[in-house]
Design a protein around this ligand. Structure first.
Ligand SMILES: C[S@@+](CC[C@H](N)C(=O)[O-])C[C@H]1O[C@@H](n2cnc3c(N)ncnc32)[C@H](O)[C@@H]1O
Length: 254
């Protein structure tokens, strides 16, 4: 699967992020080589990224993604009419923004390595309700042809587990066909059955034709079921490399 490098500005647009949203504790899952955590962090947001590629060899990610961006440039130039250019302007600006995001990511990864946590859906290495807001771009639904429906449900419930308020996912289209992910309505019904209402929100960002909606999961009332083995449960203070400021003094005992 491609590791991509969307920019902070793209994240703001894709997820309709307000200044209030950016004052929250935010998780980017999967972070890939996006510059969201770096630039949100620079403006004071308590932001963390998690990705299955942040294990061994992660120091080369920025460089690999830059090479990928070069390939993509030629591909996009040849197929420019298949995309909507309102947001980017043209292929040159697209490539400049993505390359800049990959460089910003690589520099931040080196400077603040604790902000980039290795982990995979479903089964993120965070305690329940560790973040206020969780953002998830271009994995679920996008890779709906490769990742099955049961994976999607388990991953959505895991994202909801670590969110105190909301999860936002973008886009709800397959990346190969520009069609909406086929099981979206069924998954939304299942989430409602778990006490997680959802809604589609239109946003001012569209690159894939028709891809201008973000799925919002309201997690405020969701209480994840206790896990069978409490000893196996990730506990922030011992397993997370990031300091959990907002949980200090607020976590229930046990
Ligand atoms: C297309 S990239 C999107 C990255 C970033 N959100 C962006 O928009 O630039 C997809 C990312 O999903 C990560 N990934 C794939 N499977 C995963 C899983 N099960 N859990 C967490 N990350 C995963 C990949 O390593 C890759 O970085």
């Amino acid at each position: 699967m491609l590791v991509s490098a969307r920019s902070f500005a793209e994240y703001r647009a894709m997820f309709a992020l307000s200044d209030d949203d950016l004052s929250l504790r935010v998780l980017d899952c999967p972070g890939g080589a996006a510059s969201f955590v770096a630039l949100a962090g620079a403006r004071g947001t308590d932001a963390v990224a998690v990705d299955s590629q942040y294990g061994q060899g992660r120091d080369r990610l920025g460089e690999l993604v830059l090479r990928e961006i070069e390939h993509k440039h030629a591909e996009l130039a040849a197929n420019a009419s298949s995309f909507v250019w309102t947001w980017f302007g043209d292929v040159e600006r697209y490539t400049r923004l993505r390359a800049s995001a990959a460089r910003t990511f690589a520099a931040d990864l080196a400077a603040r390595p604790d902000r980039y946590v290795a982990g995979s859906l479903p089964g993120l290495p965070f305690a329940d309700r560790s973040f206020d807001l969780v953002l998830s771009s271009h994995l679920l639904f996008s890779y709906g042809a490769q990742l099955d429906e049961s994976f999607h449900l388990a991953a959505l419930l895991d994202l909801a587990r670590v969110a105190r308020h909301q999860v936002r996912l973008f886009p709800v289209l397959l990346h190969t066909s520009d069609q909406r992910y086929g099981a979206l309505d069924r998954l939304r019904e299942k989430l409602a059955g778990h006490g997680i209402p959802t809604r589609l929100q239109q946003v001012d960002y569209e690159f894939q034709p028709g891809g201008n909606e973000t799925l919002v999961l309201d997690c405020g009332a969701y209480r994840p079921p206790p896990r069978p083995d409490p000893a196996a449960r990730p506990v922030a203070a011992t397993t997370d490399p990031v300091r959990w400021r907002h949980l200090e003094g607020t976590r229930p005992p046990g």
